[in-house]
Write a protein of this length. Structure first.
Length: 364
């Protein structure tokens, strides 16, 4: 009887010991699993860098077709600013080109009297009057074609047209012939040089080169020394203001990779000034993930850790490998549990868009 009682007590003690041992093992396993388990954070795709697109010179902004959210490719023209074009006033040959892109027009005019010069094809003119003409030839018309012959050498002749009339005085631009400078020449209404068609006599003079001028700063020079141009050809483009640090390649605004147009600060037709921000861009290859990290998890992850990024909008795609590059030192919440921003870099492809929701998991 006594022996049986002792056996029952021993068995009960053994059972209790086994239960305690199993519980301890289970607790240890649970603790081990918990300490090695992964955790995840929610976040979104954000810009890793913001580029300001600025106006390199002042002027009126021309119409544009881009919109917020567009992807801008490398080398794409985003905005254009209206320029002042300088045209050739007549046919001729360009000379005296001293101006370069970036020069201030006022300085060049002070130094050289012009941005450049244009030597007209018509090199001679004659100023005369109708004092010696008969009564039938005293009425002269601007634009009228006339004929000329040297007083001293009948073989030297020419043709031209009337460019100015002032009472009895008038001027003729000589457009053709072999007349010489300072040659005494008679002007006729007919190419037979009949005496009764003569309307004036005077000395030929050289037509001076035309000074090409303008206001503002030189953006582009489109001609070179000795170049033949036609009336109406564009010689240069000028813009408002001073082009401080201006380069022809406009390197400051050059976009070297595709970027998202995230904000447009101007409107078509608006007058902009040099250095004014026109828009901001987010380079596609600099996109990052921004996730919320609870303060209780701060000890579980650190800068440099490998993570996996799962894009919720691209369920068919495999998780992407990423790396933690920064953890903010300031909480962005006012609740009892502080949360911090965690930033991750990851390989970006064409399917990824800024603002996409993601899950970030610590990679074992």
């Amino acid at each position: 009887m006594k022996y049986g009682f002792l056996c029952r007590v021993a068995l009960a003690l053994l059972a209790a010991t086994l239960l305690r041992t199993m519980g301890a093992v289970a607790f240890a396993e649970e603790t081990l699993i918990s300490s090695h388990s992964t955790f995840s954070m929610t976040g979104k795709v954000v810009a890793g860098e913001c580029i300001s697109l600025t106006a390199q010179y002042g002027g009126r902004l021309l119409d544009y077709t881009v919109r917020t959210g567009d992807i801008i490719q490398s080398g794409q023209t985003v905005f254009s600013i209206e320029t002042t074009k300088v045209y050739a006033p007549c046919d001729g040959i360009i000379g005296g080109v001293r101006v370069q892109p970036g020069d201030e027009a006022s300085f060049m005019l002070q130094q050289y009297g012009a941005l450049m010069y244009l030597e007209p094809d018509s090199l001679l003119k004659i100023d005369t009057n109708t004092s010696a003409a008969n009564d039938d030839n005293k009425w002269i018309h601007v634009g009228e074609t006339v004929y000329l012959r040297s007083v001293s050498a009948n073989g030297r002749t020419g043709a031209g047209y009337v460019t100015r009339v002032d009472g009895k005085s008038f001027s003729v631009e000589i457009t053709d012939g072999n007349l010489r400078v300072a040659e005494q020449t008679s002007v006729y209404r007919t190419n037979s040089y009949a005496y009764d068609s003569r309307i004036g006599t005077g000395k030929t003079v050289r037509i001076n080169p035309v000074a090409i001028t303008g206001e503002g700063s030189v953006l582009t020079v489109l001609v070179t020394e000795g170049q033949e141009v036609k009336r109406g050809d564009v010689l240069a483009e000028l813009v408002e203001g001073v082009l401080t640090g201006y380069t022809v390649n406009d390197e400051e605004n050059e976009i070297y990779s595709a970027a998202i147009l995230c904000d447009i600060a101007v409107r078509p037709g608006q007058q902009v000034s040099a250095g004014q921000v026109l828009a901001t861009l987010h380079p596609l290859d600099r996109l990052q993930v921004e996730a919320d990290l609870n303060e209780l998890d701060l000890e579980r992850i650190q800068v440099g850790d490998a993570v996996q990024v799962e894009l919720l909008g691209l369920k068919a795609s495999a998780p992407l490998d990423g790396a933690v590059i920064a953890i903010s030192a300031l909480s962005h919440t006012e609740t009892s549990d502080a949360e911090y921003k965690l930033y991750v870099t990851f390989p970006v492809n064409d399917a990824i868009r800024e603002g996409m929701s993601v899950t970030v998991s610590l990679k074992e």
